[in-house]
Design a protein around this ligand. Structure first.
Ligand code: ZN
Length: 160
């Protein structure tokens, strides 16, 4: 019996440690724009803070940008870095704004295992704000990639 308890404690500690390590790695990544948690909390709306700073996910079909098909550029809601272009947006039917490619260099990638499997996470390369995930089931006639992005992490700037 004691062995089982010891084993469970070991598993718990091990998991706890790997979570802690993951957080550390993210904090060590340095970005041109870096603000304290309190500053972000003040500047962003509650929903933006949840997605961008806490890697949350907005409810599907909740973003007005999901159905936006106007011409323009999608910039980071936190730091205004241009991240995606309207010509690369497509309707994936998932309920989140989807793009077949990012503006190269302005989006950085990581991995997370929050759902128990490895996903390619993407974030703003300037401020580190979490944007969404990238999957390889996008349109086959273009890049084959689907950048599944939280609309709340983006601001739309229409072209003139
Ligand atoms: Zn940003």
């Amino acid at each position: 019996m004691n062995k089982i308890v010891a084993f469970l404690i070991f598993v718990f500690l091990f998991n706890f440690q790997s979570c802690a390590q993951k957080t550390d790695t993210k904090q060590q990544e340095e970005f041109p724009i870096s603000k304290s948690d309190a500053e972000w909390k003040q500047e962003l709306t509650q929903e933006q803070y949840y997605v961008l700073r806490q890697s949350g996910t907005e409810r599907p079909f909740s973003s007005p940008l999901n159905k936006n098909d106007k011409k323009g550029v999608y910039v980071c809601a936190a730091c205004n870095t241009p991240l995606f272009k309207s010509e690369h947006k497509f309707d994936s039917g998932t309920g989140w704004p989807s793009f077949d490619r990012e503006i190269e260099g302005n989006v950085a990638f990581g991995t997370d295992t929050d759902l128990g499997y490895v996903r390619d996470e993407e974030h703003c390369a300037t401020c580190g704000g979490h944007l969404g995930h990238v999957f390889n089931d996008g349109p086959r006639n273009t890049t084959g990639m689907r950048h599944c992005i939280n609309g709340v992490a983006l601001k739309f700037v229409p072209s003139k």
